[in-house]
Write a protein that binds this ligand. Structure first.
Ligand SMILES: [Zn+2]
Length: 445
């Protein structure tokens, strides 16, 4: 509008100057005060009504939340994602020139500067796939099962559920905070992110993010390890500390000591971190058994302290809670199980903070308890890789899945790195009894 006004004024000025320079000079006493004749084609033309401005995505930093993953748009047009990546919903490292993002369930969407929608995760190959063919998109909106695009001509295209949307719906698309049933995340003024909620580890995963700094030049920020400080402290006490295990909402929060069987016994079975004997049977320590780092199955174990309900006893509570019990089945414990115990069907609860073997997060994919008459072979099979053949690795994975007391819908591959955590079973009867509770995990980060 300003430009049109300036053009009219310029033409008016030319007309006035031209009038003063042409024809007979007017008598000086007579000053023509009449309005200049409007220039045809300019002032007589009514300006076209301008289109209402579209709520176009502007590329400002924003966050979006799937069920168990967080996505963030950086000021430099790159995207960060953290959390559940089981279906590739966090594979956003290659995305550039992004102006808007969205997420739902196990899917992530982004809108690029050139008007294209990018997708990754569960719905990318399914219900939302058509969106990848859209063109001329100036804003994007993700609402549960709906993905919508606002086109440069003001029309709206959608895939998924046909939730009725208007242009105004897109005005609220940019979000400096998100909340779902598992967590909330807010962008701070300095570009960092604060998270809250049940997904406790999310805050550590995004601790080094800065949406103002972006990632194009800085590189993807490393996830922070919540165990790092405790592990360092423990290592000062005992250099045998090689790891740390912490399971949210349980009492399991221990350094992991290396046990090399050098004296023909498991030293840390009955010695604490100060190498003091803890009695027989004592609490001992939580310790690692596997010595060959080429092996892809690593093991951590610790006592099931039935009476005091300490050390690794909470592994039983997690098992019982996830198989429908409300009280501990151990006759010496019998405690009422807190409902805050990890729900293994939920990603954020079955990924445990275990700092060991080069990883910091491991996901439970199978769990079962064996009784006292279990064959001796089971423990050796479960805690050792049976050779290097792929066929045997597959067998091992399938065997653990087939025995699991809970179906988590996860199928690890032979490319995974594994961790077996076990403790004694509920019905321990003698030193030769094979009753044990096993958890099988794969490294995720
Ligand atoms: Zn108990």
């Amino acid at each position: 509008m300003k430009k049109l006004f300036a053009l009219v004024m310029a033409l008016v000025f030319v007309a006035v100057v031209a009038a003063g320079c042409s024809g007979e000079p007017e008598p000086s006493s007579v000053i023509d005060m009449t309005e200049p004749t409007p220039t045809p084609g300019v002032a007589e033309t009514t300006p076209e009504p301008s289109m209402p401005e579209l709520p176009t995505a502007d590329g400002s930093p924003m966050v979006a939340a799937g069920d168990w993953h967080l996505v963030a748009l950086c000021a430099d047009g790159t995207v960060l994602a953290a959390g559940d990546n089981s279906l590739g919903q966090c594979d956003v490292d290659e995305w550039k020139d992004i102006v808007a993002i969205g997420a739902a369930g196990k899917t992530t969407a982004a809108l690029s500067k050139d008007g294209k929608v990018l997708l990754t995760g569960e719905l990318a190959e399914g219900a939302w796939a058509d969106a990848a063919n859209w063109t001329g998109i100036v804003n994007m909106l993700v609402e549960k099962t709906t993905l919508a695009g606002l086109k440069d001509d003001g029309t709206i295209v959608t895939v998924g559920d046909e939730t009725p949307l208007t242009q105004e719906s897109f005005e609220t698309a940019a979000a400096d905070g998100v909340e779902n049933s598992n967590f909330s995340a807010t962008i701070n003024a300095d570009g960092t992110i604060t998270t809250e909620g049940r997904y406790e580890d999310l805050g550590w995963l995004v601790k080094n993010w800065n949406l103002q700094a972006g990632t194009l030049s800085a590189g993807r920020p490393e996830a922070a390890d919540p165990n790092a400080e405790k592990m360092e402290k423990a290592q000062k006490t005992n250099s045998d500390v090689i790891g740390y295990i912490r399971i949210n909402n349980t009492m399991i929060d221990f350094p992991v000591l290396w046990d090399d069987w050098s004296d023909g016994t498991w030293f840390y079975n009955d010695h604490d971190i100060n190498k003091q004997k803890t009695g027989n049977p004592g609490a001992g320590s939580v310790y690692a058994l596997t010595s060959n780092k080429k092996l892809k199955i690593n093991t951590i174990t610790g006592h099931n302290m039935r009476v005091s309900a300490t050390m690794m006893h909470d592994l039983h509570h997690v098992q019982e809670f996830n198989t429908g019990f409300t009280k501990c089945q151990g006759k010496d414990c019998g405690t009422t199980l807190p409902t805050t115990l990890p729900k293994l069907t939920e990603y954020g609860d079955r990924v445990w903070n275990i700092t060991a073997y080069g990883y910091t997060r491991w996901e439970v994919f199978a769990m079962y308890e064996v009784k006292k008459d279990e064959p001796d072979d089971t423990i050796y099979y479960n805690t050792n890789l049976v050779g290097s053949s792929d066929g045997k690795e597959d067998q091992w994975i399938n065997y653990q899945l087939s025995r699991s007391e809970i179906d988590l819908g996860i199928t690890p591959t032979t490319d995974d790195t594994f961790l077996v955590i076990y403790t004694c079973g509920t019905e321990y009867d003698s030193s030769t009894a094979q009753s044990r509770l096993y958890y099988f995990l794969r490294a995720v980060e």
